[in-house]
Design a protein around this ligand. Structure first.
Ligand code: CO
Length: 172
């Protein structure tokens, strides 16, 4: 068991485009296990993307039970192939501690990904779960909730966040 250290903004890995996973080997399997444990027991989140633990691969874990810690779903090389509707909702991110903001997302999406057994999966998700998918897939593209806000809100949230991190001694 190994809980992983969560990288927080402005760690540069969070802004990088992650690479496709080409082989689900022992290292990837261990990463999946550690990320799942970190999501369920180490962090309290409902989704965690590999770049958030410092690994630049297109892989994320999502708690499909949305906080009940019942059904972790592993998505490898995910792609959103269709999206419809638009909905605003409050969002947070483990890489932005104590920060929440309304973010606009598609209401319903169709996604394709590879599961840990190497099997190709296609899935339609909507509402809150669709929001989690979009949030995690954004992480793989180096896109953060800040990038999804208008400029005014972004500047405000960023300033408040950086001040708080400094005050708490998490940043110099
Ligand atoms: Co996040």
């Amino acid at each position: 068991m190994g809980w992983l250290n969560i990288r927080i903004y402005p760690d540069p890995i969070l802004k990088k485009l992650a690479e496709e996973v080409s082989d689900i080997d022992e290292k990837i399997r261990k990463l999946i296990q550690d990320m799942t444990e970190t999501m369920f027991f180490g962090s309290g989140g409902i989704g965690l993307a590999a770049p958030q633990v410092g690994i630049g691969f297109r892989l994320a874990v999502i708690d499909k039970s949305l906080g009940k810690k019942e059904s972790p779903l592993v998505i490898i090389n995910p792609k959103i192939i269709a999206a419809e509707g638009e909905v605003m909702g409050e969002e947070g991110c483990l890489s932005f501690p104590e920060t929440y903001a309304p973010i606009k997302r598609a209401k319903r999406i169709e996604v394709e990904f590879i599961n840990p057994k190497g099997k190709f999966v296609r899935m339609v998700v909507e509402d809150y779960l669709a929001r989690v998918f979009q949030h995690e897939i954004d992480h793989l593209d180096g896109t953060l909730i800040l990038d999804r806000m208008n400029r005014l809100r972004r500047d405000f949230i960023k300033m408040r966040y950086l001040k708080r991190m400094k005050r708490q001694g998490k940043m110099t």
